[in-house]
Design a protein around this ligand. Sequence first.
Ligand SMILES: C[S@@+](CC[C@H](N)C(=O)[O-])C[C@H]1O[C@@H](n2cnc3c(N)ncnc32)[C@H](O)[C@@H]1O
Length: 336
Amino acid sequence: MNSNDPLDMANGGNVAGSLEGGAEPEAGHLPVMADEVIDSLAPHPGSLQIDATLGGAGHAERILEACSPDGRLLGLDADGAAIARGARRLARFGERAVLRQANFRELEGVAPEAGFGLVDGLFLDLGLSSFQLVDVKRGFGFRAGGRLDMRFDTSRGRSAADLLATLDAVELTALFGRYGEEPYSGRISRTIVETRRSTPVETAEQLAALVVRAVPGKRGGHRIHPATRVFQALRIAVNDELGALQAGLAASLILLRPGGRLVVLSYHSLEDRIVKRFIAGEQRGCVCPPDLPVCVCGQSPRLRSLGKSRTPGQAELTANPRSRSARLRAAERLAA
Ligand SMILES: C[S@@+](CC[C@H](N)C(=O)[O-])C[C@H]1O[C@@H](n2cnc3c(N)ncnc32)[C@H](O)[C@@H]1O
């Protein structure tokens, strides 16, 4: 199945391992649609590339290989552990790989400071990595015994446990509905608020069990774990993932040189909708109401879509079933 359904992705459908984030350690993170990413990004020798979601650095490694011998890559991740891991994996590229711990919402400032003011390629691989999912201390997986954290950058912002402790039932209902499209968001929120009067809801395990209690039907009868949508919603809210995506996409217009490529891998419909609309809007240019006989806004197209979205092929789906919700969109920057 190549769906773009949030249900498939609730806990990070781009990961190579258990959706439930069990205790089994994994060998690593398999880069999703790596051939298609390279094909769309078309990195050439001497080019400047940005991978704004370094993760396990699998895509970054492929990009650096493709732009050998002298192309350079700026790798960004909000997670300091990803930067440390990436530095080890990319060490053989020497100064061709420049790594920074930063949120890609700050790309417009961070990239020029790092010497990547005008680039040939910008790649975003959204969501979380297998490394984050299996680290019980991060609280991304259902069975994690540690505190429900869910921050990509653990040095700032509010954790998922903080949100669960402080938001009222109305706010929690809105959060689960908006970011998880959870049909039982009201029941779940009320159960959380009732439970926390006597016991704080602090671990992933506790939250998963609470959701199972709150939603009707038996656990075995669900296609996915009943807590999948709630976990997705919390992760999106904790990291303001959709706001960051909007800012990252906007930065691409500033940073890409004419002919430069924007390539985005998304894993659920909320993300993909934003990417799709952004590319379509920038391809259209004009923002005048459709009933105006002539254009008065004067805005010209800034992107050209590079065809329809792409999804993983059968071989990849077999090798990495969690890639099934991936959707790749690509566009080229047009001259101003
Ligand atoms: C799917 S993984 C990337 C995997 C990577 N492409 C690879 O080959 O291993 C997504 C990564 O993006 C990071 N991330 C998510 N949102 C971010 C943001 N707004 N700014 C910076 N990094 C972000 C996460 O911390 C995670 O490490």
